[in-house]
Each structure stands twice: as C-alpha cells, then as structure tokens.
Design a protein around this ligand. Sequence first.
Ligand SMILES: *Cc1c(COP(=O)(O)O)cnc(C)c1O
Length: 378
Amino acid sequence: MQEVRAMYGGGRLRIDLGAIVQNYRLLARRIAPAQLGAVVKANAYGLGATQVATALVNAGCQLFFVAHIDEALQLQSSVPAKIRIVVLNGLPLGAERLCAEAHIIPVLNSLDQAQRWRETAAAIGRRLPAVLQFDSGMARLGLAHHEATLLATDESFGRLVKLEMVMSHLACADIKAHSANAMQFDRFTCMAAAFPGTIRSISNSGGAFLAPVFHCGIVRAGIALYGGEPNDIATKALHRVISLDARVIQVRTVPAGSRIGYGQAFCCSSAKTIATIGVGYADGLLRSLVDRGAAWFDSTRLPMVGRISMDSIMLDVTALPPGRLRNGDWVELIGPNQSIDQLARDAGTISYEILTSLGARHDRSYINAETASKAKAA
Ligand SMILES: *Cc1c(COP(=O)(O)O)cnc(C)c1O
C-alpha cells in the first residue's frame, strides 16, 4: 500500500531527522547547563514519535515528554529502558498501578493526584518518581499556590514520592517582551521555593529563547525541534525539518468569468490556467487557507483559488509559461520557498496546528537518519 501511495498518492512528506537532531543540539547548547527534554506528544507533533525519539536518543536525549499514558507506553517500546518518560496530562484516576509498574513518570497536577500517587507508593512499598506542576498564571493544569504550600508540609509525600522536577508552563513565551513571562516566573519561583533542591522547569521552546534565568534546570522543547519558529524573535538558525509537496492531477485553462470550487466562491476576472493538486483539508491544508494560501513551482508563487476541498485544491498557475506545469508534476507547499510558519500564518493558525494536522495520507519518508545517528559520535 505504501508503494501505491508513493506512486499515485497526492502528497509527499519528507521528514529530516538529521535536521531535528541539529535543532536539538542547537537548543541544548543555547540552554546549557540546563538539560533539554524533548516533547514528543501527539506522535511527535505528527512527525512520528518512534522515528523522532530514536534519532534523539542517539543524539543523547534522555528525557521525553508526552501528553498521555498510552503515548508513554508506545514510546517505551522504541527507546532504551533507562530513558525517562513524563506524562504531562497528569495521573488519571485508576491508572496509578499501570504507571507505577511501567515506570512512567506522571506529572501530578492536583492534590488528589499527589495523594493517589503517594498512596500507590505506600501500597507497593517503593518510592515513586513524579513531576509536580504549579499553575503560575495559565489556569490549565497544576496546583494553586496554597495547594503547593500545603503539599510541601506533607512529610509522607516527600518520603514516598521522589520529585524529579517541579514545573510550570508559560502562557506567553511566544511573545518575548510579554510582561506575563516575568510574572509567571516570579510566581513559579515562589511556589518552587517550598520544594528546595528540586530541579525546576518552566520553559518550552519559546522559553528557550528568553533570558537564561527562564531555562532553570530543564527545558521542555517541542516545536523548535521540528523547525517551527518558537516566538517572535525567532531565530533563523533553526533548521527546517519538513518538506511537503503536492502532485498536480489536472491542468486546464478557463475563460474570464469562470467560477472555481465549492460555492463557486472564486470568479476569474480574466482567462486563467488552473491546476488542481491532490491534497486538501483532510491532509492538513486547512480550509482557512482560502484566498490567502499558495503553492510554489519554479520559484513562482501559485495562489490557491476557490475553497479548499477535502482531497484537492485549485491553483492559479497563469503566471507560469504555458505548458510548463503538467499532470504529475510536484508543487511545493512547505519547503525552501514557503516555511511552515508562513503556511500557518496564511491559514490564520500556528505551525503546531499545521504539523499535527498533516494526517496519514501523505507518502512519508524519513531522510538523514544516518546523519542523525552520527551526531552521537560527534
Ligand atoms: C507541549 C508542551 C511543551 C512543548 O511546547 P513547545 O512550544 O512545542 O516547545 C512544553 N511543556 C508543556 C507542558 C507542554 O504541554
């Protein structure tokens, strides 16, 4: 099936594992002496957790973050047993034994979770590892200040639960100058003080590009590994990781006044050459790209015209020399001419949503796995 998809499918996705490793090393250098953990939730932002984690383990990464327990179990089957895996979304009721037996490290996001983990440790007679999260200003997950203070005085918690780190999450790390960053940092520092000597972590990729104090002991990076710009001072130093091409499946010329696509929403003011490509919103090309998105061919921008269909998109290719673009040719959607962030901006979203929406229909291949594994020796 893979072969048939490669021959006749609509999209071609290349994932550069060497570039992911280069981004890992660039970030690790930037935040040293803090340690870098890799966030591989949602199947490594859609890029393949197994392949990505294997490359990163070879590059020396020892700490991974996922959102769910099943993601942790899945990941364990592809990395060595000594690799630490943290589950960000917390400890669901009833999952305590499963986590303990699988040596998964849950983030404890509430007093209830902390208590259940402590009781599990007592019941199985073994000190259990955990991460403790504080809510420092996002009201998503984690203990409130008074809850953190309360837990810190619980002597049996300290005895039965080995805190690998205390963490919080920045709401505005994508905007470097946002005042919430320093405010959250101060609140986090206050709460963390109740757990002296415990390693701290507040930064995601965006935080890695804030001042060094934000790096604390551990940085949890996702999007920057995958080549997305982490914030508004985004470094161009990050390596591009993916390229996405779409196959041209029909080319036609239409007279002035022709209407294109669902709702006949686009009307041609002049005669146009229209190319239809074989990818659509089911492949992560969001419907919101209408009127703004484009593909590229021969360094020429080819605007999307009309609404995005599930499996196809029409492009205005009139700017190309007649006959230049033919059935079976590939046009670029993400690549040297169009970054993932550009595509995301055109869709009115962020690179994260583009990546995690790419779906399973593209012909996927992983390149530079060898360079990725050589990174270890270097
Ligand atoms: C997803 C996530 C990250 C990674 O964020 P990026 O912006 O992709 O680097 C880090 N920490 C937590 C708690 C997350 O949920």
